[in-house]
Design a protein around this ligand. Structure first.
Ligand SMILES: Cc1ncc(COP(=O)(O)O)c(C=O)c1O
Length: 447
């Protein structure tokens, strides 16, 4: 008995009718990764409007560490909705906001006094971190990285790399942003060893502080400890340590964007823990809220308090509904058994995906950190020419066969695996088997 149950083709007739209505009513600018039309979801399973049961390996782009509709989160939201939906934190104070900030201050890395600001989206959390760093340092420059993704508000879009998909026709972008290469070990020059390459990337970073902007003008360095949208590229510990060193020496604010990597996605609560690096500020969102729109900027109290009164906030940030959801989600994720299961899922994926390399001609790289895993597909393993069409074909077939899946990567040639971390090993293996078949099929179709 399999978990995936296909009653109709996917998309079936009801799904197709809704997709047609979507095409008429919703802006086409809002892309969609799949043709799946959902009725309800539970844990790692999605039930579509035609009665099909699918396995979710996309996890809402990594925001569902605790799975769809975890009962504890649902109960907390229901109870809170009956008491107080939202008074606006700029108008009045309520305990869930304070409690969540206390918890975030306690669980984020760093044993210095911390404070937190809540908002609605990952982009807002990053943007608030940058604004806070500017207010603290009285400097304007922000250094970010090729392949980085930080959101779609104008400031975070300016920080985001990957021009074609996200930024076309949207300039002018925010000024005082400087971008340098981030280590991508798979695509390093063939003449360099891994260590030499990372050392070279560190030297490029130092060079940028001479060639692009003086460190005395730099407010912040913003980095994802594992690039998400860019293709699950873990930043080497030595590179993160170099950033820490430069920030400490020059009084620059180190901002870790853990919007995608945070809350168990890499097998620890936060990805930076695995490099023993402590940022000054951290932006979190996604799995923090178990699907509710909430984000946080957390970090050194002296930095967080540097903005003038009134310089932060918004109507909806940190509503009681989202705060109680986050408190429950954090409670679930901090359970050592939850994180142990997450790490086990990562090992299963790594082992399984690496085993595909014995038959696949297109898997150039298998990489990630913990259960944040990805395969990069290329048409030639020597030239590493990206294979985006093959990637899309495999994803479409896997979806049609009952697995919700997404691509990633600067060249859109990666399949990323971000299952809810509550998925059972059996369901994960069933989902991966569907993807394996889809990739074999796609390779057969592609000359
Ligand atoms: C690393 C990172 N930062 C920021 C964002 C933006 O978050 P949001 O889409 O909630 O604005 C994302 C979203 O994917 C992300 O992965």
């Amino acid at each position: 008995m399999t978990t995936i149950q296909r009653i109709t083709e996917i998309p079936g007739p009801k799904a197709r009718a809704l997709l047609e209505r979507r095409a008429q009513a919703v802006t086409s600018a809002l892309g969609r990764a799949t043709d799946v039309v959902i009725d309800r979801a539970d844990g790692a399973l999605i039930f579509d409007v035609d009665g099909n049961t699918l396995i979710d390996l996309a996890g809402g782009i990594g925001m569902l560490a605790t799975g769809h509709c975890p009962p504890r989160v649902v109960a907390a939201i229901q109870a809170q909705a009956a008491r107080l939906i939202h008074p606006c934190a700029l108008v009045a104070t309520y305990e869930p906001y304070i409690e969540l900030c206390e918890v975030l201050n306690a669980i984020t890395p760093g044993d210095f006094p911390k404070k937190t600001l809540l908002a609605n989206s990952g982009a807002e959390a990053v943007e608030n971190a940058v604004k806070t760093a500017r207010a603290f340092t009285k400097r304007q420059g922000v250094l970010c990285f090729e392949g980085g993704y930080h959101g779609r508000t104008l400031l975070t879009l300016s920080l985001t790399s990957k021009y074609g998909l996200f930024k076309q026709n949207m300039g002018p972008f925010a000024p005082e942003i400087y971008r340098v290469p981030a280590p991508d070990v798979y695509r390093r020059p063939a003449s360099m060893t891994e260590d030499e390459y990372v050392a070279w990337c560190c030297s490029q970073l130092e060079r940028a502080l001479v060639a692009q902007i003086d460190p005395t003008a730099l407010a912040a360095i913003v980095i994802e400890p594992v690039q998400g949208e860019g293709g699950f590229i873990p930043m080497p510990a030595a590179f993160l340590r170099k950033i820490r060193e430069l920030c400490t020496v020059h009084g620059i604010v180190f901002i870790a964007d853990e919007v995608q990597t945070g809350f168990g996605r890499t097998g620890t609560l936060f990805a930076v823990e695995q490099s023993n690096v402590v940022p000054d500020l951290m932006a979190t969102a996604k799995s923090l809220g178990a699907g509710m729109p909430i984000s946080a900027t957390t970090g050194r109290a002296d930095i967080m308090d540097a903005t003038h009164v009134g310089g932060a906030g918004g109507t909806y940030g940190g509503s009681p509904l989202t705060c109680v959801a986050a408190l429950e989600a954090i409670g679930l994720i901090r359970d050592p058994a939850f994180l142990a299961h997450a790490r086990h899922l990562g090992e299963v994926m790594r082992h399984e995906l690496q085993s595909w390399q014995s038959w696949s001609r297109s898997i150039g790289d298998v990489r990630g950190l913990g259960p944040m895993m990805l395969i990069e597909l290329v048409s030639d393993p020597i030239t590493k020419t990206p294979a985006p069409a093959l990637t899309l074909a495999a994803i479409r077939r896997a979806c049609a066969n009952g697995v919700v899946l997404m691509r990633a990567g600067l060249y859109s040639n990666c399949i990323r695996f971000m299952p809810p971390l509550v998925i059972s090993e059996a369901d994960l293996r069933e989902g991966l088997a569907v993807v394996e078949e889809a990739l074999r099929w796609a390779e057969e179709q592609t000359p």
